[in-house]
Design a protein around this ligand. Structure first.
Ligand code: HEM
Length: 486
């Protein structure tokens, strides 16, 4: 582990006065339109995401620099940002006193409001807006009210997928991980909060189209910043990065989920109305919380978890199996049992550190101020857009030893515990609380619990597994080829 941990997240970002040399922010935006187009081609095509940042860090000898972020023209009006790519400067993005978070959830562009029934949903709101306070508080209340449902519904939903995997493998086929995550991630969430099974036959049934439908609805919203889609580069450039895809393409998918929430989430919607939120606003927001934030996040996270554990090898799997078996006393994964799994907890934090599911964060300067990286200080001007890419920040060698190695035990023991505050996946330090006053993920605690529950369910049932990964990036597909039962 790193021997000294000199940085305190949040407070470190904005020093009142800096002793470090003031440096002009290196980098430039190039000519209007052309500069943005060139950077976009570098990002998606010529260099790829990681090299895009790393080559500039090397060129400028700085983790703070100017660059254009995709999509650029014609989707975004202004693509100029200041990158903050180290543990010391990045936490400025959490400082809602100094920065505004209005309409920048997806970055330099914002999807049309027709994707969300005409409402600006909570993630696009700044904490200074009254609707943010009301909607986020309501989100907390709904999660708390249904707190007891999540683990049992998750168990039920993943069990359905496990049965299918085992049947397919026994029949000489592969167990479709990517396909089944779409089923159990969607179903446990909607069952837990709407108290009705979206997959069950009957009025408003989504069948097996709930998760896949939500993914399709998200696609045009995220297409401007999506790379490695498996499509030829030229097609990706023209269809995804040059023009905004209209919501009409996915209206049917959205309407089906909207109708399900409107019909069955009556308890949550009544709670919203009681707290002064208009019912249609609440429906649009609940569809977004569940179908975009939560389902979208888990759909990325769960496959990453099984992939990283496989990359660490069978010994780790057997240790996890032993730990889970020892902590789960009556065959049921409970909150109490999850607390008694130190290795499993560390593995989950290491996945979040290594590859956070939502890697991009933006914030707009409300005033002029100074930020620091490890070497220099920099002047930020009012209205400039700051941007951070978490995978580089959480691989900062000043904080994490062997940052590019997946170290399952990294967060264990007293020294490991000290590192938890440098894990930023939720748009805030892991040791901070999500509140109505900040922009940290409203589902932060639930997400960590469910990631742990996923690993626990896997290793309660299996001793180990073998995974095949086809394709890369957004086009990657995962399959189990073997599951060794406990
Ligand atoms: C915000 C990640 C699950 C509700 C965020 C943000 C991140 C994030 C990074 C901040 C975005 C930004 O402003 O830059 C994730 C991941 C998840 C997940 C990776 C799953 C693996 C959930 C769940 C819920 C939820 C389960 C609740 C049902 C929200 C809400 C916001 C948010 C409401 C906006 C917070 C605000 O406006 O202050 N999430 N999230 N998320 N998330 Fe999550």
């Amino acid at each position: 582990m790193a021997s000294s941990l000199p940085i305190s997240p949040v407070t470190a970002a904005v020093p009142s006065k800096s002793n470090l040399p003031l440096r002009n922010i290196p980098g430039d935006y190039g000519l209007p339109l052309i500069g943005a187009l060139k950077d976009r081609l570098d990002y998606f095509w010529l260099q790829g995401e990681e090299k895009f940042y790393q080559s500039r860090i090397e060129k400028y000898q700085s983790t703070v620099f100017r660059v254009n972020m995709p999509p650029g023209p014609t989707i975004a009006k202004d693509s100029r940002v200041i990158c903050v790519l180290d543990q010391k400067s990045f936490p400025i993005l959490f400082d809602v006193e100094k920065c505004e978070k209005k309409d920048i959830f997806t970055g330099t562009y914002m999807p049309d409001l027709s994707f969300t029934s005409g409402y600006r949903v909570c993630p696009y709101l700044d904490p200074s807006e009254d609707r943010h306070t009301k909607l986020k508080q309501w989100c907390f209340d709904v999660l708390a009210k249904n707190g007891r449902n999540f683990l049992p519904e998750f168990h039920k939903a993943i069990d359905e997928s496990m049965v299918l995997w085992e049947k397919d493998i026994a029949g000489g086929k592969r167990g479709d991980v990517s396909g089944e995550v779409k089923q159990f991630a969607f179903n446990f969430l909607f069952r837990a909060i709407c108290h009705h099974d979206p997959a069950a036959p009957g009025p408003g049934s989504l069948g097996r189209d709930g998760g896949p439908g939500a993914s399709l609805w998200a696609l045009p919203q995220l297409a401007p910043i999506a790379g490695q889609t498996g499509l030829p580069h030229v097609v990706e450039e023209l269809a995804f990065h040059t023009v905004s895809l209209p919501s009409i393409l996915v209206k049917g998918k959205y309407d089906a989920i909207h109708n399900f929430v409107k019909t069955y989430a009556t308890e949550a919607l009544d709670m919203a109305e009681a707290s002064g939120i208009e019912r249609n606003d609440a429906i649009a927001n609940l569809v977004f919380f569940l179908g975009f934030n939560a389902y979208g996040g888990f759909n990325i996270l769960f496959p990453e978890v099984v992939a990283f554990i496989q990359s660490a090898g069978k010994d780790l799997m057997h240790e996890l199996h032993e730990e889970v078996k020892g902590a789960v006393t009556d065959g049921t994964v409970t909150l109490q049992a999850l607390e008694n799994m130190p290795l499993l907890k560390s593995v989950v934090y290491e996945v979040f550190r290594f590859k956070p599911p939502v890697p991009y964060q933006y914030a707009r300067a409300k005033t002029d101020f100074i930020i620091e990286n490890h070497e220099n200080s920099f002047q930020i001007k009012k209205n400039e857009l700051l941007y951070g890419f978490q995978p580089i920040v959480m691989h900062d060698p000043k904080v994490f030893d062997n940052p590019d190695e997946f170290v399952p035990r990294r967060f264990m023991g007293p020294e490991g515990q000290k590192l938890i505050k440098y894990v930023f996946w939720s748009n805030g330090p892991e040791t901070e609380k999500s509140t109505v006053h900040n922009k940290q993920c409203a589902g932060k605690d639930l997400v960590v619990t469910m990631a742990r529950a996923f690993v626990a369910e896997m290793f309660l049932r299996y001793k180990d597994y073998t995974l095949e990964i086809e394709g890369a990036g957004n086009a990657a597909k995962l399959f189990f080829t073997a599951l060794t039962k406990a």
